[in-house]
Design a protein around this ligand. Sequence first.
Ligand code: SF4
Ligand code: SF4
Length: 292
Amino acid sequence: MPEPSRGLLLAGVGGQGVILASMIVADALVRAGYDVKQSEVHGMAQRGGSVFSHIRWGSNVDSPLVPTGSAEVLAAFEWAEAIRWVEYVRDGGAVVADIRTIVPPGSCTDTRSWVTRYPTIDTGLFTGRHLKTRLIDASATAADLGNARAANSVILGSVAAFLDIDDVHWEAAIASLVPQGTVEVNLAAFRAGRTVSDAAIPQAVPDPEGFSGPHQIEIRHDWCKGCDICSRFCPEFCLDVDIDGKLVVVNSDACTGCRLCEILCPDFAITIRPPLEPAVAAGSAEALRSDT
Ligand code: SF4
Ligand code: SF4
């Protein structure tokens, strides 16, 4: 009699690369000799919506859908998604959850609403279920390796620690599917993810009142897909997406440093930094003048 198939879930929000990660898992399992079926949902993904993928594998898999309470592993790319999907994990199964906070746009009606509406990171969520857990800061680990966008490979490394799939298959899948030029950092991130320690759990999500403006707005245009989420939610109308789909700062003086844009962006494409000290700012202005 064939062994029953096993299941795994990956969940995150649009822009996090959940689908690519799912393809890597499926490819590694195929390379390991399994029959694999995969299903995904990414409805409003580009607008920060939920994205999830079911994967089942075994000697002969009929359906890709993982029933509630049966998954071997949940890989949650963001904290609220861990909460949303944890009931799919079987007792004794594993949860790999990135403690990163990406606030759903619908939770933001003003600069403060998301603080109360986004769920607190609470490890008590997993107690009583006999779940094995890894609560990691994948983007911080990936940033230490030189590219925060390799965070998903850190998560996959942690997932691999709970599955009996040889690393040679994982690494071949990563090398064949990640963008050219990022293979090395993704392989390094995968290996780091295998052994990464649990992150310190923040006591609360960052409080925008702790940041007063005007601040510096940094945009990584090569990572920004111009989805318009940050510009639509900026309460001070500092941002806009131009006719070419490029995010631009239209009023930096109005920026209060609330960081709403940063916590809404799933692509690590915008960062808010504290104001420059007056002397540094004057120096920058002088440097600019002497450049012209
Ligand atoms: S920086 Fe703004 S426009 Fe660019 S990807 Fe992030 S949320 Fe979308
Ligand atoms: S940090 Fe500045 S640019 Fe970002 S949402 Fe707040 S006011 Fe707008």
